[in-house]
Design a protein around this ligand. Structure first.
Ligand code: SF4
Ligand code: SF4
Length: 171
C-alpha cells in the first residue's frame, strides 16, 4: 500500500507539472498574442463609464462653464468636498465664479454628477493617473477641472438622413 501511494504521488506531481508547462508553452509559442502593455508608452482605454476623474464641463461655443452655481452638487456630496460660488449676471442668469473640489476626501460616489441638472459635471475615463506628491495638489479648482466635451462623430447612416432633401408635394 505504501509503495503504491509513493508512485501515485510521483505520477500526480509529474502530471501537475506537465499541465502547468502546457499553459506556459501555449502563451510562450503564441507570439502574436502579446499581452504585455508597455505603459506609459501604451495606454489602454478605460471603459467609457469608468469613474476616473470628475470634470467641469466647459461649453466652447458659449465660452463658459455649464455650471449655474445652483449648489445641488455641494448639497449632495456626503463628504463636503465641493465649495463653489456664483453671481447673478445682468441677464438674470446665475454663473459659477469659483469651484473647488477636494479629491483627497472624494470617494467618487458620483452623487454630485447625478445631482447636477445642468450637464455641468461629468466623470471622464481618459484621466486615471491621479497620484500626486502633495495632498494639497488634490484640491482642484475650475481651471484644473475644465473639460471640453469631444464632438461625437456622426455615423454614416445619420449623415445620409441629414442630407436627404424632402420631396416637394405636388411638384
Ligand atoms: S463623487 Fe461623491 S464624494 Fe466626490 S465630490 Fe462627488 S458627491 Fe462628493
Ligand atoms: S449641480 Fe451642477 S450646475 Fe449646480 S452647482 Fe453643481 S455643477 Fe454647478
Amino acid at each position: 500500500m505504501g509503495i503504491l501511494k509513493y508512485f501515485k504521488d510521483i505520477f500526480s506531481g509529474l502530471w501537475n507539472l506537465l499541465v502547468g508547462l502546457s499553459v506556459t508553452s501555449k502563451y510562450f509559442l503564441n507570439f502574436k498574442a502579446v499581452t504585455t502593455q508597455q505603459y506609459p508608452e501604451e495606454r489602454l482605454p478605460l471603459p467609457a463609464r469608468s469613474r476616473s476623474m470628475i470634470k467641469l464641463i466647459y461649453d466652447g461655443e458659449k465660452d463658459q462653464f455649464n455650471c449655474v452655481a445652483c449648489l445641488m452638487c455641494a448639497k449632495a456630496c456626503p463628504n463636503s468636498c465641493i465649495k463653489l460660488e456664483g453671481v447673478r449676471q445682468a441677464d438674470g442668469k446665475r454663473r459659477m465664479t469659483t469651484f473647488k473640489l477636494d479629491f483627497s476626501t472624494c470617494i467618487f460616489c458620483g452623487y454630485c454628477v447625478e445631482a447636477c441638472g445642468f450637464d455641468a459635471l461629468t466623470f471622464v475615463s481618459e484621466e486615471y493617473e491621479n497620484a500626486v506628491y502633495k495632498r494639497g495638489s488634490l484640491l482642484q479648482d475650475e481651471h484644473a477641472m475644465k473639460w471640453v466635451r469631444q464632438a461625437q462623430p456622426i455615423a454614416p447612416e445619420e449623415q445620409k438622413k441629414e442630407t436627404v432633401i424632402p420631396a416637394v408635394v405636388g411638384a
